[in-house]
Design a protein around this ligand. Structure first.
Ligand SMILES: C[S@@+](CC[C@H](N)C(=O)[O-])C[C@H]1O[C@@H](n2cnc3c(N)ncnc32)[C@H](O)[C@@H]1O
Length: 267
């Protein structure tokens, strides 16, 4: 969705703040990275939705120097930051593109991975077809992203407040700005093109605890409803949302559960 990509670009500097890196999303990203296999040899390795290139740069730094790394990122400012981050490495570059239109030759990629980005695709079928097009026939892939059941705790508390400030249509549009796939939806999407390869789709749930401020630092970035709240009532809506989220407080902090889907293709 264009406005999602624009929002990511606008908030590029916040993306690298300690708050964000230590948030539940930063922790989920670290977990996702731990699932990626070590690569070596003369391979083309691609990260789609590489954001500011933090993971890409550490993969390049730690990886075999024969690997050729390509980051793909649609948000201008994040892509510029990613390019800056990897410019010292001759075996890495960052390109403008997105899942639905990958700037890559057909059957040119040995290994493709993506961390917490696939839920932003606007057209799942087109994105899966692009992945199939660019991956070599014996290529491998890990796509790890947020599923349907992410954030159940917050949704229950905040939806009634959004209903006070927004029309049902606006709420619906905001909800549709992000894919909310179940594991079954994910299997249905990938099996037609990847079913003949060694495909597995799995899911996991991760509950992270944080302070109200910690959660607030990313909540306003990813929740589509936020940008639709009229300016006149924004302050009142923010106050009510914060108050609602605060009621979730436990002795460990405020919980937020991330539902992760993992699409894995192996030789
Ligand atoms: C939560 S960030 C993750 C960034 C990076 N993978 C990381 O782990 O730090 C989501 C990223 O997906 C990108 N994105 C949004 N829509 C996309 C699309 N249709 N195709 C590819 N990337 C997209 C955003 O611009 C953003 O960089």
């Amino acid at each position: 969705m264009a406005n999602i990509i624009e929002t990511y670009s606008k908030l590029a500097s916040d993306y690298e703040s300690q708050n964000n890196l230590e948030s539940c999303w930063g922790k989920a990203t670290k977990y996702a990275v731990s699932l990626l296999p070590f690569r070596e040899g003369n391979e083309v390795v691609v990260e789609v939705g590489c954001g500011p290139g933090i993971q890409l740069a550490s993969m390049v730094q730690a990886g075999d120097k024969n690997l050729q790394f390509i980051g793909v990122e649609p948000a201008d400012n994040l892509r510029n930051n990613a390019s800056e981050r990897v410019k010292q490495f001759s075996n890495a570059k960052v390109l403008n593109g997105k899942f639905e239109e990958l700037p890559l030759e057909s059957h040119s990629v040995d290994y493709l991975y993506s961390l917490i980005a696939f839920h932003w695709v606007t057209d799942v079928e087109k994105a899966v077809a692009e992945l199939d097009r660019v991956l070599k026939k014996d290529g491998e892939m890990d796509i790890i992203f947020s599923g349907r059941h992410t954030g159940k705790e917050f949704i229950g508390k905040t939806t009634p407040i959004y209903f006070k400030h927004l029309s049902p249509r606006q709420i619906m549009d905001a909800a549709l700005s992000r894919q909310r796939l179940t594991i079954e939806n994910c299997e249905d999407a990938f099996t037609p093109l990847f079913g003949s390869r060694n495909l597995t789709v799995s899911e996991s749930y991760h509950t992270f605890y944080d302070t109200l401020e910690g959660h607030w630092s990313w909540w306003c970035r990813i929740e589509g409803q936020f940008s639709s709240v009229p300016k006149e009532t924004k302050a009142e809506c923010d106050r009510a949302i914060k108050e609602a989220i605060a009621t979730l407080e436990t002795e460990n902090g405020i919980p937020y559960t991330i539902h992760l889907l993992h699409v894995k293709v192996r030789r």
